[in-house]
Design a protein. Structure first.
Length: 119
C-alpha cells in the first residue's frame, strides 16, 4: 500500500467511481485501484437515453418544488429513519411511483408528501 493510499484510508476515504479523468474502485482485499477513464466504445442505447432523460426530468421536478416541500421530503426521510435523503426518496417516487411505500413513509413520519389522489 502506498503512502498516499494509507493517508486516504486513515482519513476514512475509500474512493470509488470517477474523479476527473480517473476511475477508482476498491478490491475485495481492500486495495484501491486507479486507472484512466476510457471513453465509451459505442453510443448510448435507446434505453440508456430514456433512463438518463427520466432522471433529468426528476431532478428538474425536484428543483421546481418549493423549499417547504423539499424540506418535507427531507424531514420525512429523516423521521422514517431511511438511509437516504429526501431528494433520493423523491427520485424513488418519480421513477417507481410506489404509492403504498410513500404512504407508509407518510404514516411513519407524520408528514404528508402526496397531496392529491393522482400524485
Amino acid at each position: 500500500m502506498q503512502a498516499d493510499e494509507r493517508i486516504l484510508n486513515f482519513l476514512g476515504l475509500r474512493p470509488t467511481g470517477d474523479f476527473a479523468d480517473l476511475t477508482a474502485y476498491t478490491t475485495s482485499a481492500g486495495k484501491t485501484v486507479w486507472f484512466l477513464k476510457s471513453p465509451p466504445q459505442k453510443p448510448p442505447s435507446v434505453r440508456q437515453l430514456h433512463q438518463r432523460q427520466m432522471f433529468r426530468n426528476a431532478a428538474r421536478a425536484w428543483r421546481e418544488l418549493g423549499q417547504e416541500t423539499r424540506n418535507d421530503w427531507n424531514e420525512a426521510a429523516r423521521r422514517a429513519h431511511l438511509y437516504l435523503s429526501g431528494y433520493l426518496l423523491f427520485l424513488v417516487w418519480i421513477v417507481t411511483p410506489d404509492r403504498p411505500a410513500i404512504r407508509t413513509i407518510e404514516r411513519l413520519s407524520g408528514i404528508t408528501l402526496l397531496h392529491g389522489p393522482d400524485d
